[in-house]
Design a protein around this ligand. Structure first.
Ligand code: LLP
Length: 448
């Protein structure tokens, strides 16, 4: 099926809003399908999960996670490589555990993420530590545990790592995160490889900083790293970034600085509704010729592409509020559970648990804004979706496995949702719904 045919069968844009064909959408998501009982993830019915775990609830497919991990592994099989799953996308212990068992490395940005990786059975020597603001404590903890590599983002960080390593009498493995000044052509909030972003060391300064690093007593230069943004749907920006990195690797070689690995970061996009991102196999085919020539071990740090479409957020329609200008469906999930639509104007698909027997052209279908109960106008999960709704209906927001629960908060004193993992016909609670009492358990009244 061509890309345009694919889009046409998944979505219909009308004057009123957007109709997403649930069957066509799920046909392209390996974890989901419709049975006679409604939506299922792997072999588990969503109705059953809602009865058992209530809503709002995040549900993840173990197989879908493993399938994408395997696709990365297979696609880069011809070069020595390490897939370091970006923990920030979904840091649930069960998700990390499944990936650790499959042999994944991890990309972390805090001491907290490293603690999670260790708790999940991850191999610390396969962990890379990214992030612009590593503290003395972070570095000390990571070095003590035996971190695989620090992705260094500034000269002052380099000096700090050297200092901490000297105090611990250790040698810190590092790579420099180079900012290649490449336009990732994605939402500005999730673009990281441009000159005016806070990330990385400017391409033109990189050789000088490497020379400085080479002179430090407790630093071992092992690699080079870049990450240009997230939800990239085209391969060209990755190639442009790789070209810049290759140029630097050659310059460093001429100065006698040799590397063991090249880390191309994460960022491969996914299909939320009708996007047509380059597939992992196409991505690999485009990069492999240049990568093979380098002869270095290749690292990637994918987050979203591994977990996004392995997960859904289940929510119940509590109130239907048609008004003169807009129809609002107020659901029990809100921006505190899933902030992507509010923060990035992200469009995510909303599909019903039970398929209506009617189509878009029938009377039951109307445009609805799917909103939460938080006191903010920005609290919406989707806008102008053509759906046929009744109160009590269960909806699934797809693509919610990445940056969903991980970015959730307790705004409006709302406990965070439960999380469930499904494997074949089994399901397990992997994250218990918070209690309201737990939200203020660490607070205390002012004592006169
Ligand atoms: N490596 C580094 C250094 C990163 O900063 C990121 C993401 C990744 C890897 C993983 O990128 P991915 O493969 O997931 O695109 N909250 C936003 C996305 C923020 C991404 C930040 N960095 C969203 O929901 O769209």
């Amino acid at each position: 099926m061509s890309n345009s045919e694919l889009q046409a069968c998944v979505t219909v844009k009308t004057e009123n809003g957007l109709y997403i064909d649930p069957k066509a959408l799920t046909a392209h998501l390996s974890a989901l399908h419709y049975s006679d009982d409604g939506l299922c993830m792997e072999q588990v019915s969503i109705t059953e999960l809602v009865k058992r775990y209530d809503t709002p609830c995040y549900v993840y497919s173990k197989q879908a996670i493993l399938d994408v991990y395997q696709a990365y592994s297979d696609s880069f099989a011809t070069v020595d490589h390490q897939i370091c799953y970006a923990v920030k996308a979904n840091s649930n212990l069960a998700v990390l555990g499944v990936l650790a068992q499959a042999g994944a490395g991890f990309d972390i940005v805090s001491r907290g993420e490293l603690m999670r990786v260790l708790a999940a059975g991850g191999d610390v020597s396969r962990v890379v530590f990214s992030g612009v603001g590593k503290t003395f404590g972070d570095i000390e903890y990571a070095l003590t545990q035996g971190i695989g590599c620090f992705n260094v983002e500034s000269i002052s960080e380099l000096a700090l790592i050297n200092e901490v390593a000297a105090q611990l009498d250790k040698i810190a493995p590092i790579s420099l995160r180079v900012n290649p000044d490449v336009d990732a052509k994605t939402h500005p909030y999730i673009s990281t490889g441009l000159k005016d972003n806070k990330f990385g060391i400017a391409h033109e300064d990189a050789v000088a900083v490497y020379e400085q690093a080479a002179g430090l007593s407790h630093i071992n230069i092992v690699g080079i790293d870049c990450h240009i943004g997230s939800q990239l749907t085209e391969v060209e920006p990755f190639i442009a970034a790789l070209d810049k990195v290759v140029e630097l690797i050659h310059k460093l070689g001429n100065k006698g600085i040799t590397l063991q690995h090249v880390d191309l970061g994460g960022g491969l996009g996914v299909r939320y509704i009708d996007e047509t991102p380059v597939s992992i196999a196409e991505f690999a085919a485009a990069l492999l010729p240049k990568l093979s020539e380098l002869g270095l071990k290749v690292f990637f740090e994918p987050g979203r592409s591994i977990v996004a479409n392995a997960g859904v957020l289940l929510t119940r329609v509590d109130v239907l509020k048609p008004t003169e200008h807009k129809n609002f469906a107020i659901v029990d999930a809100a921006m505190n559970d899933l902030i992507r639509p509010a923060l990035y104007q992200a469009e995510m698909a909303v599909i019903p648990n039970i398929l209506p027997n009617k189509g878009i052209e029938t009377d039951g279908t109307q445009p609805w804004d799917i909103v939460g109960a938080v006191c903010e106008t920005g609290d919406f999960l989707a806008k102008d979706r053509l759906l046929s709704l009744s109160t009590g209906d269960i909806l699934a927001i797809t693509g919610a496995g990445a940056y969903g629960f991980a970015m959730s908060s307790n705004y409006n004193s709302r406990p965070r949702a439960s999380e469930v993992m499904v494997a074949d016909d089994r399901h397990q609670l992997i994250g218990k719904r918070e209690t309201v009492e737990a939200l203020y358990a660490n607070e205390s009244l002012w004592q006169e």
